[in-house]
Design a binder for this molecule. Sequence first.
Ligand SMILES: [Zn+2]
Length: 78
Amino acid sequence: MNSCYKPLGGNAVYAKKPPIEFEPIIESTDIYSCIGDSCNGWMRKEFVSDTLTCPLCGSGMTEEVRDLPQMKKSYNFY
Ligand SMILES: [Zn+2]
């Protein structure tokens, strides 16, 4: 049952949604957002590339903070 996973060209632009529904913890997260007027591209700081370019349009990116659901880095349920 792994057939529905489609990688986004190797760039984790949006956080993957966990399969289990639970109360998300919102935290202020450092991100880089695209400076392009017509582009909504953004990445979490930890995923951004060394070149700091938008994965969608190749423009520069600027640092900002957004309130995002906390991302689980490890899956230690059970
Ligand atoms: Zn962009």
